[in-house]
Ligand binder design. Structure first.
Ligand code: PAD
Ligand code: ZN
Length: 366
């Protein structure tokens, strides 16, 4: 099959023939319909955190189940599935405590680029190719753990469903599950890309009174307005913290960092009202050490926590997000600025790097 492979950091992906093995125990083979391009792909390409290379890239995909490995229950050939970046073993200590999204086996396998059993199904000329977050969707097919193949209704378009595999669910889960934003609260969203826009629209669903969108690009701010932000702040003109405090009468209840910048984490914390919360969704460079002005940001009983996909229960939340889209309550089509064929994947990556797109979709069958 054809797949887009990262051989070296800071180099273009190579679209090449890759061998894919049959699904193993509790695994499925999925024909990929489409794949979103997320900033977490860029972090790996830029080398912001180490990846086992060569790796088949892409981690936001959906498709159709083509074959079942031994032992798979609850899925059938022909099912439409969203591939989740958070599969789980169901047996480790953490799973046993009900926190399957933090599964230890999954957490150990992800940085190694393997599936849950510690081995890979991808190779070329007998040399292994690693999996990106159990998904590797810049490809015609993927073998994924069955616990990460979440069945969805068949009337939902599979390309839009792909977006729910990472970015959409991340933004929605951060607001609804992690922050539990309540009606009338004030929210700030730093970074209005493919994930941040979903934080904005989830805050609308939650009934936030004020939603302040912050970005460096007016094009992204315009989109944030269309997704329901009530105030738009361009961080390149003046201190966004002062503007947020003024707009929200003293600060927000919840600030979301959706960029991956240590400086912006501090801006987010400084824009929060006493007792408020800051959530870091952005992936910070792996060796980041945060310096907090202790009294200013923490002396007022503020909270700092990680948020994102791991706050989701994929088997419940992915179908829920799809239902909200199908009911017209969540925008997905509007997230997609451009579409590309698999051969054009490096153009898609360049467009995201240059800030030209909110999300783009890559179609392996074009
Ligand atoms: P994106 O590139 O689509 O959006 C980032 C946005 O931030 C862009 O609109 C930029 O213009 C804007 N921006 C950059 N610098 C600044 C700044 N200093 N001030 C204000 N705005 C700025 O990325 P994305 O939405 O795909 O991903 C955002 C982050 O979230 C990224 O770090 C990604 O790796 C992470 C992520 N985390 C999870 C998770 O589960 N935690 C899941 C998916 C993505
Ligand atoms: Zn992602």
């Amino acid at each position: 099959m054809r797949a887009a492979v990262l051989h070296q950091v800071k180099q273009p992906l190579v679209v090449e023939d890759v061998d894919i093995a049959d699904p193993g125990e509790n695994e499925v083979l999925v024909r990929i319909a489409a794949s979103g391009v997320c900033h977490s792909d860029l972090h790996r390409i830029h080398g912001d955190f180490p990846s086992p290379l060569p790796m088949v890239m892409g981690h936001e995909g959906a498709g159709v189940v083509e074959a079942l490995g031994p032992g798979v229950a609850g899925l059938e050939v022909g099912d439409h599935v969203v591939l989740s970046i958070g599969p789980y073993c169901g047996h480790c200590e953490v799973c046993a405590r009900g926190k399957t999204s933090l599964c230890e086996v999954s957490a150990q396998a992800r940085p190694l680029g393997t599936l849950l059993d510690g081995s890979v199904r991808l190779s070329k000329d007998g040399e292994p190719r690693s999996h990106h977050s159990f998904v590797s969707s810049f490809a015609e097919y993927a073998v994924a753990p069955a616990s990460g193949a979440v069945p969805i209704r068949k009337d939902a378009p599979l390309d839009m469903a792909a977006l729910v595999g990472c970015g959409v669910t991340t933004g929605v889960a951060a607001v609804i599950n992690d922050a539990q934003v309540r009606t009338g609260e004030r929210v700030a969203v730093f970074g209005c890309g493919g994930v941040g826009l979903n934080v904005v629209q989830a805050a609308v669903l939650a009934g936030a009174e004020q939603i302040v969108a912050v970005d460096l690009l007016d094009t992204k701010l315009e989109l944030a307005g269309e997704f329901g932000a009530t105030h738009l702040v361009n961080a390149s003109s003046g201190d966004p913290v002062e503007q947020i405090r003024e707009l929200t009468r003293g600060g927000v209840d919840h600030a979301f960092e959706v960029i991956g910048s240590p400086e912006v984490v501090l801006q987010a914390m400084r824009s929060v009202a006493p007792g408020g919360h800051t959530y870091v969704i952005g992936v910070l460079p792996i060796d980041t050490e945060l310096r907090l002005p202790w009294y200013e940001v923490m002396g007022r009983r503020q909270h700092l926590q990680m948020a994102g996909f791991e706050g989701a229960q994929p088997r419940a939340d992915i179908p829920r997000v799809i239902n909200l889209y199908m009911a017209g309550k969540l925008k997905l089509d509007e997230l997609v600025s451009r579409t590309f064929a698999l051969d054009e994947v490096n153009e898609a990556i360049g467009a995201l790097e240059r800030g030209e797109v909110a999300r783009s979709l890559v179609y392996p069958d074009r």
